[in-house]
Design a protein around this ligand. Structure first.
Ligand code: NDP
Length: 280
């Protein structure tokens, strides 16, 4: 059984609110995106996380429209792809994403800093413009380290509302999350179950057995109790439901610590300082 009203919200530094649990669509083929996203909306998710890079913004927009749920009740995030960091391109892409996603984005992010390729400060200024124009209601960063965020703080006006980074029990990101708390930047945790990697972990399996939930539910609950924003991905209806059903139990302080201490600095994706991929 899922409880549709139970998802908490997080208030961002610009006053907007975002559901703490959403649905991610990375690696969902465009032809499967409509069905998966409609399933998520039917289950009760009201927050969708897509990106130009995923090639499925259009289908996410179609799902929002076909769901019959008012656009204003769904929080939709998209991200600026790496080839479009030139300021004019960023403005154009921000508008394109907005058009595909119901006239505006709730949140638009710089997907990767790609600092070795192009300075992201002018790119961020374009996002500031998109914010002022109402094209995106909030703006933020993704895969930014503290040193990238410090540069924005020194050279730009708007503090990112969120920083979306890889976080899961094997990469707990305590320092960068603390930086976010200190500077009013909400942390969004991508790959919250490490694409399934943590689900066989003996500690997580033990806690799951003790609380009568699945390893995925325990891991997602750990994120929720830490205060991070998450959007697990699945194309499987039963898992879409399972991942939503995490608000009827609580992990003890001891369980929380046991999971956090699994941290071994293990990334499933690239280190943002070493990632400079720009497709032709
Ligand atoms: P997740 O950690 O959400 O894991 C998804 C994988 O786990 C899929 O293979 C899925 O399988 C499986 N799965 C989902 N739920 C369960 C479950 N309950 N039990 C067992 N297996 C399960 O990985 P993602 O990388 O997709 O991350 C989530 C979202 O984060 C993305 O969709 C995207 O929105 C965002 N993201 C952002 C990035 C960035 O650079 N900003 C990078 C990566 C992700 P199946 O679908 O077959 O059911």
């Amino acid at each position: 059984m899922t409880t549709k009203q139970a998802v908490p919200t997080v208030t961002l530094n610009d006053g907007k609110t975002i559901p703490q649990l959403g649905f991610g669509v990375f690696q969902i083929e465009p032809e499967n995106t409509l069905e998966a996203t409609l399933a998520a909306l039917e289950v009760g998710y009201r927050h969708l996380d897509t990106a130009e890079m995923y090639g499925n913004e259009k289908e996410v927009g179609q799902a929002v429209e076909q769901s019959g749920i008012p656009r204003s009740e769904i929080f939709v995030t998209s991200k600026l792809n790496n080839p479009f960091h030139a300021p004019e391109d960023a403005l154009e892409q921000g508008k394109k994403s907005a058009e595909l996603l119901g006239g505006y984005t709730d949140l638009f992010l710089i997907h990767w800093p790609i600092a070795s390729v192009i300075d992201f400060v002018p790119t961020w200024k374009s996002l500031e413009e998109l914010y002022h124009q109402g094209v995106s209601r909030s703006i933020g960063t993704s895969n930014f380290h503290a040193h990238h965020l410090n540069k924005l703080r020194d050279q730009t006006t708007i503090t990112p509302a969120v920083n979306q980074i890889e976080v899961h029990p094997y990469l707990a990101q305590e320092e960068l999350r603390a930086y976010g708390r200190e500077h009013g930047i909400a942390t969004e945790a991508w790959s919250p179950i490490a694409q399934g990697l943590v689900l066989d972990d003996p500690t997580i399996v033990r806690i799951a057995g003790a609380v009568g939930k699945s390893p995925a539910q325990v891991t997602l609950r750990w994120h929720i109790q830490r205060g991070d924003i998450i959007f697990p991905k699945s194309v499987t209806r039963s898992r879409i439901e399972e991942n939503f059903d995490i608000f009827d139990f609580e992990l003890s302080g001891e369980d929380m610590t046991d999971i956090t201490t699994l941290d071994k600095g293990q990334r499933t994706g690239p280190d943002p300082d070493k990632f400079d991929y720009v497709p032709a």
